[in-house]
Design a protein around this ligand. Structure first.
Ligand code: ZN
Length: 606
């Protein structure tokens, strides 16, 4: 057993104090290592950089410690119990790291707990201690770590099976709101930190429907004995990270349901979609996982070409589940789907990077996006969602509606999630083979062609046909403004004349339009406008971020306009020949046919 104790030693200075006791240290000198990354977020973050003042003792005597590499410390040989003490600076308000002040503490184990190299398989005990002082007398603890002496929601002793388990249960402490519900016989908690006025009973009731949906989707019993949603609310936060029995979420205050309101606002729908996404990961990625992540190596990047399946399929089902469990209307779901279609369509980067490469390069590209990202990369979340939808249609078509993508997921769950033989993880080609298996040899060629096209080429997906199969019409229109991501329309939209566009994204700055992105081959790109330019005038008229595209749309296609901008502190003048806007706003409406397929797809017959 490895013993850890963690205490918010100095909340004002954002410092956790961690002590460790290792009964049997390596006689050659114990190595201690901090993870370089946190599972679920594929970027090297080097958490060791937040460790300050690490000291070691052996038998009460100070012991020398030296750095081995950026993440590793080597203690001098120690004959007896090794004790280590260090502080961790915690001032990153994100679901991936640690955050501490006088109002609350939050940490992921990957940010605060050193691994005892060579002893990662040993069970761990962690004493979670309160900050010193009366001001903290009402603080509680929320985590999915197993109790080992601590009272529920109390400070005290918790336990983990091994190091991987220890770092897969984030911990929140403070005076949070807490509500509980049961789903499929499993106790669930929702813990909210940050000021809010949420309708907690409604949140519980809605989350319960989502949780029960996912549990039934994969088949009972659920693979965890309890589950915790840890939600931090701020003015405009957004993010989530999945764990084996919990999730850490960051959301905007306005996304919470207000007492007395019965509708699902667009903001609340976004929060429900986020919760649905992270909960789906309990099966898809936490238990059905890529073989490339087995064993998990937190020292450096682990590459897989399968993130389209683990993130894309999860993203497909997160919103689809909301309509299937009756929380949103089918039209509301189509609005969400239109956004995904538009986001993929707007970025020319989809012609430069295929989905398999997008996954492989997540570490240095998706997670390190710069101003050129829309022109250079494609997202395995958004395009992955569309591939999941096309795959769903392919399975339905080939099996004459006997099977759907749901059946593929259940097959993967049986094979990799609940069987011990599956713990080696999903090999890089295994999902494609599983689809061939499900559909039989007669469809092998078609399945192989589908994956070659969808994952390993940059050609457009035939979304029009896939959606038509499901009874949905897809039309493309020019976006009306830069945040026009399409939507649902009750009737088909009439064809419109081409409309001029600069092809940029801009943010308001000093009353003008600061260019954040220039789309490849757009009017602006050809004129030489660049990200970072402060566009002050178009054809002598003041440029403003929110009206920029509408201003330009008033000119006929082919017009030459003068763009006046500051690049750094130099005023420049460029001439743009206005091109027609790329039709990249998806409009979805119902077709008069295939209604029974739509209903089956959206779970409306159940
Ligand atoms: Zn995800």
């Amino acid at each position: 057993m490895i013993f850890y104790a963690i205490q918010p030693g100095n909340p004002q200075a954002h410092l956790f104090t961690v002590t460790m006791r290792i009964a049997h240290p390596d006689p050659a000198g114990q190595l201690l290592r901090m993870p370089a990354w946190i599972p679920g977020s594929y970027m090297v973050r080097d958490f060791a950089r937040n460790v300050v003042s690490l000291t070691a003792q052996c038998g009460g005597e100070p012991l020398a410690v030296a750095r081995e590499d950026k993440s590793t410390w080597r203690c001098a040989p120690c004959d007896g119990e090794l004790q280590v003490e260090y502080e961790v600076y915690a001032w990153e308000l994100s679901v991936r790291a640690a955050h501490l002040d006088t109002t609350h503490g939050f940490f992921n184990g990957t940010s605060v707990f050193l691994e005892v190299v060579g002893q990662a398989e040993r069970a761990c005990q962690v004493d979670i201690l309160p900050p010193r002082g009366e001001a903290y007398a009402h603080w509680r603890v929320a985590t999915s770590l197993s109790l080992a002496g601590a009272a529920p929601y109390g400070f005290g002793a918790y336990r983990a099976e091994d190091y991987a388990d220890l770092v897969d249960h984030p911990v929140e402490m403070g005076e949070f709101s807490l509500a509980s519900f049961e789903a499929g016989g499993v106790p669930h908690d929702i813990v909210i930190t940050g000021r809010h006025q949420a309708d907690m009973p409604r949140l519980c009731a809605d989350l319960q429907r989502i949780c029960e949906h996912h549990q039934h989707f994969f088949g009972l019993p659920a693979p965890m004995s309890r589950y915790v949603f840890l939600l931090m609310v701020t003015a405009d936060g957004y993010g989530g990270l999945e764990h084996r029995a919990s999730t850490a979420l960051l959301s905007s205050r306005k996304s919470l349901p207000r007492p007395g309101a019965a509708t699902v606002t667009a903001d609340y729908r976004e929060l429900l979609g986020l919760c649905s996404h992270e909960y789906f990961h309990t099966w898809n990625v936490k238990r059905i996982k890529p073989a490339a992540f087995v064993p998990q190596d937190l020292r450096a990047e682990q590459h897989t070409r399968l993130l389209w399946a683990f993130e894309g399929i999860t993203s497909y089902y997160d919103d689809l589940a909301l309509v299937r469990c009756g929380l949103i209307q089918p039209e509301s779901y189509l609005e969400l789907l239109a956004r995904v279609l538009s986001r993929v369509q707007r970025n020319p980067g989809r012609f430069k990077q295929n989905l398999a490469d997008s996954s492989f390069d997540a570490w240095t590209r998706f997670y390190k996006q710069d101003e050129n990202a829309p022109n250079a990369i494609v997202s395995y979340y958004t395009k992955g969602t569309l591939v999941a939808l096309c795959l769903d249609v392919l399975i339905r078509q080939c099996s004459e509606e006997r099977y759907s993508l749901d059946d593929l997921l259940r097959l993967l769950w049986q094979r990799y999630g609940c069987s011990p033989q599956g713990s080696a993880g999903v090999a890089e080609t295994a999902i494609e083979q599983a689809v061939e298996e499900l559909l039989g040899e007669a469809h092998s060629a078609r399945v192989q062609a589908f994956f070659a096209h969808a994952l390993r080429s940059t050609a457009n997906l035939d979304m029009e046909s896939a959606l038509a199969y499901l009874g949905v019409r897809l039309q493309w229109t020019a976006p009306r403004h830069q945040n026009d991501w399409g939507g649902y329309t009750a009737s088909p939209v009439p064809e419109a004349a081409p409309q001029s566009s600069l092809g940029v994204r801009a943010v308001a700055a000093q009353g003008f339009a600061k260019i954040s992105h220039v789309y490849a081959d757009s009017s602006a790109a050809r004129a030489g406008l660049a990200a970072g330019d402060l566009l002050v005038a178009v054809d002598g008229l003041q440029a403003r971020a929110n009206t920029l595209e509408a201003t330009v749309a008033a000119y006929p296609v082919g017009t030459h306009v003068v763009l006046t901008a500051f690049r750094r502190d130099e005023l420049i003048s460029l001439t743009a020949e206005l091109q027609a806007a790329v039709p990249s706003a998806a409009r979805l409406s119902w077709l008069a046919v295939h209604r029974e397929r739509s209903r089956r797809w959206l779970g409306l017959d159940a």
